[in-house]
Design a binder for this molecule. Sequence first.
Ligand code: ADP
Ligand code: MG
Length: 240
Amino acid sequence: MNLLETRDLQKHFGGLHVTAGVNLALAQGEIHCLIGPNGAGKSTLFKLILGEYAPSGGSIWYGGDDITGLAPHLRIRRGISVKFQVPGIFAALSVRQNLAIALQHHLEGHSMAEEIERLLEYLNLRSEAAQRAGNLSHGQKQWLEIGMAISLKPRLLLLDEPTAGMSPEETHATGEMVKDLNARGMTVLAVEHDMAFVRQVASRVSVLHFGRIFAQGTIDEVTADERVAEIYLGQGHHHV
Ligand code: ADP
Ligand code: MG
């Protein structure tokens, strides 16, 4: 069964066709990585799936329902959650307070306190719980954001560049976290540039180029595709 499907999804900004007819199907239970050069439209696709942008055409299906016109908070209530590329933590508040904000409309009192402790343990942030989130290392900030995104136990977790700025060790640990979340039932769609991470986690990979799915397959199939290598030429920091 497909948990998520976009059908001929389009987003135009003036004459710019940033999303130019994306057909993407995510099977229930998979970890799907979305790669593609800067400006390919990856973050825009996430905003469409979340309902932050209204599409210019096409439709979005989730759990068999057409959610194209559904408000963002109703998508969240149905189990879609995201860690965006741009940081969404409250730097002046403590790590614990950030998690409390993520949980505030869903749990209270003792059950919220318990859940916060459980998340701190899971994110390996217990000893930083009272620190200002702004003082965390880059990798720890990403983990806090992932924690906020998973706090409501989503069915579909979208991660936009979750390992940006991380050391290889932190990236690997994040990959293990994503695999563990997946084993607990979360379907994952992750935008990533780090090919070691993609190889570590992905069941399937889609390549987005000029707002379209350009190639799709296993990591081995995609990296063996010469057309894929060509679209990265001139973007020295990407390695496919
Ligand atoms: P990626 O995440 O793959 O790097 P984005 O989805 O962020 O790409 O952006 C794709 C293209 O869409 C870029 O050329 C960007 O400038 C353009 N774009 C994104 N959002 C807007 C917007 N709100 N208005 C105009 N252009 C936009
Ligand atoms: Mg982006």
